[in-house]
Design a protein around this ligand. Structure first.
Ligand code: RIB
Ligand code: CA
Length: 325
């Protein structure tokens, strides 16, 4: 099986944790580094969530963890704590400072991709502040990245943070637009609407099947996902949402991408009403495409990939308070 060398740039909470677990356990993934960015929950909480995620898989210290930008480029930071709680269901861990690299995430993104030009892909599943900063700091980053897979925006559809904007693009719309204009030659966007809410949302009954698996990873999965499932049900989304992990799956298993189109994508940075809105123009409008936008994914195949991941046995690297066993 082909292994995909990847860096995951994320705002570690709920499904970001699931994505890291998938990258640590899936045979198609070769996880080179994890970089963190301001997003879902307070930054230091994200660092703890990342260490717990690595630990539950027994991999704390194995994968370089680089801390990145602690605030968006221009806009004030916006939290998603109302959605995810603290992003880990109240779990706690004693941080291992030796498992945190001294190298900033942006420098790591630039260095790692420069050391192997065209070989390492980046999966960006949080606000794009680190990615945009890398572009601004060293233009060669754009050429050195093999593929850039982004979870963000909606394809002429619903937002989730405002009626028009998805969270990652809303938190740092300026960074998102810098990335859209940067010239990445293999940019893929997995959206909130329709992909997440149609193809990566699983009912509570199916979620319960996943969380009934008897492994430390499945117990952790339940802990980090429960709060978001409850929030979703309170706002009319009937199930557990997995936008970030299905974005990684789109890279690891391209056969899961059933439909994808070429679009010109731009992110609104001007209007308070539609700040962070992803304008996605298809070929009819004649603008030069800058992205592949995923239009349909095989949600059933992805569910099986999640179930396989959750079966993975592990011996946690260090105790996680609140996690049974
Ligand atoms: O809009 C979905 C995105 O924001 C995901 O990356 C998830 O982490 C949420 O916080
Ligand atoms: Ca995320």
């Amino acid at each position: 099986m082909q292994k995909h060398p990847i860096i995951i740039d994320n705002d570690t909470a709920q499904d970001d944790c699931v994505t890291i677990l998938l990258a640590l356990t899936d045979p198609a993934a070769d996880l080179r580094a994890i970089t963190t960015v301001a997003g879902n929950v307070p930054f230091d909480r994200q660092v703890a969530n990342a260490q717990m995620t690595l630990s539950v898989a027994g991999r704390l210290g194995d994968v370089p963890l680089h801390l990145g930008c602690r605030q968006p480029m221009l806009r004030p930071w916006v939290s998603a704590e109302e959605v995810h709680g603290d992003g880990s269901g109240g779990l706690e861990i004693e941080l291992d400072p030796d498992a945190i690299s001294d190298e900033h995430a942006v420098d790591a993104l630039i260095r790692l991709t420069a050391e192997q030009p065209g070989e390492i892909s980046v999966v960006a599943i949080g606000p794009l502040t680190n990615i945009a900063t890398a572009v601004v700091k060293d233009r060669r980053f754009v050429e050195n990245v093999k593929s850039l897979y982004i979870m963000g925006g909606s394809n002429n559809g619903r937002g989730n943070t405002t009626s028009s904007a998805e969270f990652n693009f809303y938190v740092d719309p300026h960074a998102a637009q810098i990335v859209m204009e940067a010239g990445f030659t293999d940019l893929h966007i997995v959206t909130w609407d329709p992909i997440t809410i149609r193809d990566a949302t699983y009912s509570r009954a199916r979620y319960d099947q996943l969380t009934s698996i008897d492994t430390p990873i499945a117990a952790f999965f339940k802990k980090v996902c429960d709060a978001t499932l409850s929030f979703n049900e309170s706002v009319g989304i009937d199930g557990s949402t997995h936008p970030d992990s299905i974005t990684l799956a789109a890279l690891l298993y391209p056969e899961l991408v059933l439909e994808e189109g070429r679009y010109r994508v731009d992110v609104d940075t001007q209007s308070e009403l539609t700040m962070g809105y992803s304008a996605m123009a298809w070929d009819k409008f004649g603008s030069e495409a800058n992205a592949h936008v995923v239009e349909r994914m095989d949600g059933e195949a992805f569910y099986d990939i999640l179930a396989r991941m959750l079966q993975t046995p592990s011996v946690p690297s260090r105790p996680i308070d609140g996690l049974a066993g």
